[in-house]
Design a protein. Sequence first.
Length: 301
Amino acid sequence: MGFYDKNCPNAEKIVLGYVKKHISNVPSLAAPLLRMAFHDCFVRGCDASVLLNATLNNQAAEKDARPNLSLRGFDFIDEVKSLLEAECPDIVSCADIISLVARDSVVTMGGPYWKVPTGRRDGTISRASEALSNLPGANENFNALQTKFELKGLNIKDLVLLSGAHTIGIAHCSPFSNRIYNFTGVGDQDPALDNDYAINLRANKCKTPTDITTIVEMDPGSSKHFDLSYYKLLVKKRGLFQSDATLTTDSSSIAVINQLLEKSPLYFFAEFAKSMEKMGDVGVKTGTDGQIRKHCALVNG
């Protein structure tokens, strides 16, 4: 904690100030910025590799992988980086910026606060193939999700809690259209999806199986509030993605969900904070490992 206290004492204040100013005006940006932290840490650890552009020698970086094509907020991170470079050049890493921005965005939305130790350094490698293999997918079953989390040192409780970030998320129709139109290839609906919810999605949101533009709230009616509503929907068979619904297929994850619903929202906040702190420590580079990128999309030199 306080890694920049001596060489850039205003660093965290600058990040928080920018986040408060902009997230207050555009709260829908909080979820993408939180998602960016998740997508960064699950590939090569929390080293800002998700921000790197493709190059002549590496024609498909992480951001070019299909799961990352819908990521938003790169310009936001660049703006924060430019402010920090003006204040103290070559000091604050892009990796730390991602982690701080994610936390401050959630707090600005009225969500939980968590500790963000700083001193991460930036990676120099970014491969689309690694994003494809490491990132949990919207249509994966419980075992696949559990395995990917375990590889990052995260357990079933962390899986359930970090999935709770979907309380402020939105999605396009394409990741779940098969659940409402063609689940097993014969024009059927996913039996794990509430029928009334599926009918509503077809009638009012994703009106064709090929819709790729319509936006749907992950947590309908509560997508601007960081709360327990996501979990209430899960037990009603109204999780939007298959990866949401599958959290109710395992006894251990169901136990975590029930515990969250039985206790106060403050318990959820505290436990979510613990899981975010664990995730923020995945595969970090420190000391002389990596570098402090001058521009977040480019490796130095």
